[in-house]
Ligand binder design. Structure first.
Ligand code: G3I
Length: 338
């Protein structure tokens, strides 16, 4: 077989990819095996999909990914134990439809985390324990999610405690987006410092890395990694992609007749951005313990449909025919020059 990303980066960090079960067959599975040595389930281990009813777990899809990882000797990150999206309908209410209290919610959280984490003990080496709990609004620290409204900030520490009890060997991460932006970075720093001061068992920060050709700058990226690692935390890039549109464009409906061409100029800017990111990542090889892409190729990206459908994006290193893009060549160029 030919060298893949995982081989070029073997002296640096594992290179991962977010997957859905259908990708583990056919051409995509060959690409996954050749290029990556780590995986993250894109959706199937989230609470809604894996725990659809109070006493019912749906393991099939998650088990398929675990089996594939084992068979191909790949690392596996678990995603995500506690999040405000993709929660099951029953989670926050009792049988009469009334919102439950804090004690009952933490009990459900514990039962969920114990069951899922124990099942995959030894297979999953790192978990995104709490995902996106920090507010977008700069005047607050905590997002006003149902988790927060019912339990206050306690659910965060509890989630880490339960995960640690369920698998003391798993590396436990807090995972979030836009946390390389200086303003949110400073709020997250305070949030993390408090957890550490309270001896919450947290090992690392997942910087999602949903970036674009416009952001972040090299300085912002370095400052964020420096800031989080100064707390003694490991850092991973957990959901990397480089959108060719600014987020403001992504979120608005496509206008009549609007063209979204992937022009040579956009390709070039994206390539430069990827080249810079990986140059920085290599500089931080002692701090970064993983870099994971969010989706496999431009054939399918969550950005094609989210938050509005119909605008094709091209955010990854492989094109719609699963071929390596020019950005790929730049990301591995350092190896050839050595
Ligand atoms: O499975 C159902 C299907 O049965 C239904 O017919 C269809 C109609 O809407 O929806 C399908 O579920 C979709 C699911 O993806 C699986 O494809 C959901 O609507 C859709 O909302 C969901 O989107 C996921 C999104 O998280 C949810 O917010 C994306 O695939 C997934 O890539 C994305 O991942 C998140 C990370 O977990 C956390 N960080 C941000 C990242 C990107 O948003």
């Amino acid at each position: 077989s030919i060298m893949g990303l995982k081989d070029y980066y073997q002296d640096y960090f594992p290179v991962g990819v977010a997957v859905y079960p259908e990708a583990l067959e056919g051409e995509q599975s060959k690409l996954i095996i050749n290029e990556f040595n780590s995986m993250t389930p894109e959706n199937v281990m989230k609470m809604g999909p894996i725990h659809p009813e109070p006493n019912t777990y749906y393991w099939k899809d998650a088990d398929k990914i675990v089996a594939f990882a084992r068979k191909n000797n790949m690392k596996l990150r678990g995603h995500a134990l506690c999040w405000h999206q993709q929660t099951p309908d029953w989670l926050f209410t009792d049988s009469l439809g009334n919102t439950i209290g804090k004690k009952a919610l933490l009990k459900r959280l514990k039962e969920h985390i114990y069951t899922v984490v124990k099942r995959y003990k030894g297979d999953i080496y790192a978990w995104d324990v709490v995902n996106e709990a920090v507010a977008d609004d700069s005047t607050k620290i905590f997002r006003e999610s149902e988790w927060y409204q019912i339990s206050g900030e306690e659910f965060v520490a509890k989630a880490f405690q339960y995960a640690h009890e369920a698998d003391p060997n798993a590396k436990l991460f807090y995972n979030d987006y836009n946390i390389v932006r200086p303003e949110k970075r400073r709020r997250l720093y305070k949030f993390l410092k408090k957890l550490i001061d309270n001896e919450v068992p947290i090992d690392g920060v997942g910087i999602q890395g949903h970036w674009s050709i416009f952001e972040p700058t090299e300085n912002e990226l370095r400052q964020a990694i420096d800031s989080y690692s100064s707390l003694g935390l490991k850092v991973q890039i957990t959901e990397l992609d480089v959108s060719i549109y600014p987020w403001e464009k992504n979120v608005r409906e496509k206008r009549e007749g609007e063209k979204d061409d992937y022009t040579p100029e956009l390709k070039k800017r994206q390539t430069d951005q990827y080249e810079m990111f990986f140059r920085v990542f290599r500089d931080y090889k002692n701090t970064l313990t993983g870099v994971t892409f969010w989706n496999i190729s431009d054939q399918y990206s969550w950005l094609d449909t989210y938050p509005v459908p119909g605008r094709k994006n091209y955010p990854l290193l492989f094109d719609q025919n699963l071929q390596r893009k020019q950005a790929y060549e730049k990301v591995v160029d350092f190896y050839k020059k050595n």
